[in-house]
Write a protein that binds this ligand. Structure first.
Ligand SMILES: [Zn+2]
Length: 613
């Protein structure tokens, strides 16, 4: 029964995501070849997968906003298919074939498990339980350049080509351009696209002439680049229309959001996101918000420069956002209370809000806790960055159970009830605000990233963690937190720093977390009970210990001496197998899930356990 229900769930889910025509069942039974993973192989991964279902209430939305949501969800499905395609050249074809096999009812449980695995992996390559990337459908192995560089090309080959034509570097490594071999076929296809959609030539002056010149006189590099708008013209033009539809539906009630959508629609065709980013970051919207387009570059393992498509549709949590806005009013006083000589004026309009995820597509799909964009420094400097806290992920009961299990495995049973689901939301929120406070350049005026080099991120993140914890005392005095909530945020601060593995120095987050763990041990906030193998927490010592470490971090940032910073890192990254090792093993022993698969009510996914009637 359980299995049948699951099968129905993911049938429903997948049919909503499919961008191709649904095939009709064939009477002929077909065998799956050995290139498909077996039911057992797929199930081994799915058994380690936590399923999280998001279904925020949309009751607060007006009819216009609802119409906008429908158009944006359609645009999201396009982003999903673009994402899968740009990560693997055979993804969409292999998925369509899998759905056809599933419909033809051959070995249904196996095709169902494989369909679930595709959804989890957003493509035909899964990260196995041994942490390897493996194809589970009959497709080629994954390559570092995915499907945004010529198939199988190496970094060395690109560098060789660039050495022959150095002026091409910026063009080939553009954030939003695909690299191709300059074959007559490729050039003819791209020129035909420009011919068919004159708007793209208008928005990319000179591109058509360049491609024609290449066609007539092949380049010495053998490579060229076309903007995403040309490479994915049909899909992005469709997305352009959908964003404009959404803008029209809400222009009367949320003019600022409508303007953002229109700008972003045009950005899709120009591949320059400045107009959309400016109206996104500085706009003040009503109930809806959305991250739309290609931003993050994690999937490009060749150069780490190509962005991948996604769309995240969010509804504002008005109560939490208002609460936050009130607390931010006192930010200047919080800044003045930090343990350093502060002369900093805090901007009064930090663009931060708490939202619930309606649905995520493509690169944004998953259990991310916050969106902080854009990444490009010229945009962040000029317009700032928007911070969107993902409330229904941060407080999700199933994800909370997962972290609670880790916490309980590590701390003494007297503390098991200290943590709450809300704690992570507040700690994360104040961490993000923490980035706006404290030292922002060295005492002699240098940029922190220039002065501290590879240690800069680590100290910036540690500062923000500590500001969030330092603020607890003031926020409790101001009745923003109850006493119990204050304890919960402190407990969340402990959970944050405990590690399941000894961090490598090239892992800034884990390294600075271990440093806090060791600082808490040194200052007796944490004591290790060797008999039970667990940690005890002394909340009475907490604030002072945080203040002292924050003072240290701020002084290191202010001094801007990389060697001094690094020796502080060395001093606090010790790992004792009989203490850290034991806590880590206890936490690992309680680990039930390795993967998270998020489903969404808004696109017709069913809740796990819910059956179709
Ligand atoms: Zn941060």
């Amino acid at each position: 029964m359980q299995r049948l229900t699951k099968a129905l769930i993911f049938c429903a889910a997948v049919s909503h995501l499919a961008a191709w025509p649904v095939s009709t069942p064939t009477a002929q039974a077909e065998e799956l070849t050995g290139a498909y993973w077996t039911q057992e192989q797929a199930q081994a991964v799915l058994n380690k997968t936590l399923r999280v279902h998001l279904a925020p209430s949309l009751d607060a939305l007006s009819p216009g906003e609802r119409a906008a949501v429908e158009s944006l969800l359609e645009a999201g499905k396009i982003m999903q298919s673009l994402y899968e395609d740009s990560r693997h050249p055979e993804a969409l074809k292999a998925h369509a074939e899998l759905l056809r096999l599933h419909d033809s009812n051959v070995d249904n449980r196996r095709t169902q498990a494989l369909t679930d695995l595709y959804r989890l992996s957003k493509g035909p390559i899964v990260t196995s339980l041994d942490n390897e990337r493996i194809a589970f459908l009959p497709v080629a192995d994954e390559v570092p350049g995915k499907n945004v560089y010529p198939p199988g090309i190496s970094k060395e080959e690109i560098e060789e080509a660039l050495a022959r034509q150095t002026e091409l570097r910026e063009i080939l490594l553009h954030l939003r351009a695909i690299v191709r071999q300059s074959t007559p076929g490729n050039l003819a296809t791209d020129l035909a696209t420009l011919e068919q959609h004159p708007v793209l030539s208008v928005l990319h002056p000179g591109l058509q002439a360049q491609l024609m010149a290449l066609r007539d006189n092949p380049s010495p590099t053998g490579l060229y680049a076309v903007p995403y708008s040309v490479a994915y013209a049909d899909k992005l033009l469709r997305a352009h229309t959908l964003l404009n539809d959404a803008a029209k539906a809400i222009e009367q009630e949320d003019a600022a959001f409508a303007r953002y959508l229109r700008n972003r629609a045009r950005d899709f065709l120009s591949d320059d996101y400045e107009s959309g980013d400016a109206s996104w970051i500085t706009g003040r919207f009503q109930n809806l918000n959305a991250q739309i387009g290609s931003y993050e570059t994690y999937d490009d393992q060749l150069y780490g420069v190509k962005s991948f498509f996604g769309l995240s549709l969010l509804i504002r949590d008005n109560e939490r956002s208002a609460e936050l806005a009130a607390a931010i009013d006192g930010l200047q006083e919080l800044e003045a209370s930090l343990p350093y000589e502060s002369t900093r004026r805090i901007r009064a309009d930090i663009p931060v809000g708490v939202y619930n995820v309606i649905a995520d597509f493509g690169q944004t799909r998953g259990a991310n806790t916050a969106t902080i964009l854009p990444n490009e420094s010229y945009l962040a400097r000029q317009y700032g960055r928007t911070i969107l806290l993902r409330g229904n992920i941060l407080t999700n009961p199933d994800l909370y159970e997962k972290s609670k299990a880790s916490f309980e495995a590590a701390v003494h049973e007297n503390h098991h009830s200290d943590l709450t689901a809300e704690a992570k939301l507040y700690r994360t929120l104040w961490h993000e605000i923490g980035h706006y406070l404290g030292v922002d350049r060295t005492a002699d005026g240098r940029d922190l990233s220039v002065a501290l080099e590879d240690a800069a991120d680590l100290f910036e993140e540690m500062k923000s963690d500590l500001v969030a914890l330092f603020a607890v005392q003031r926020l409790t005095a101001a009745d923003y937190y109850s006493e119990q909530e204050a304890i919960a945020v402190y407990a969340g601060g402990i959970l944050r720093v405990l590690q399941k593995n000894q961090p490598r120095r090239d892992q800034p987050y884990q390294t600075m977390q271990l440093m806090q763990w060791n600082w808490f041990l040194e200052h007796a906030v944490l004591t290790f009970d060797a008999r039970s193998g667990s940690l005890r927490i002394d909340y009475g010592l907490y604030h002072d210990a945080v203040e002292k470490l924050l003072a240290k971090v701020l002084s290191i940032q202010s001094a801007g001496n990389r060697d001094q910073a690094e020796s502080f890192v060395q001093k606090y990254t010790t790992w004792d197998a009989r203490l850290h090792g034991i806590v880590a093993e206890n936490m690992k022993a309680r680990e039930v899930y390795r993967y998270t698969l998020v489903t969404y009510d808004a696109i017709g996914d069913l809740e796990p356990g819910e059956s179709v009637h």
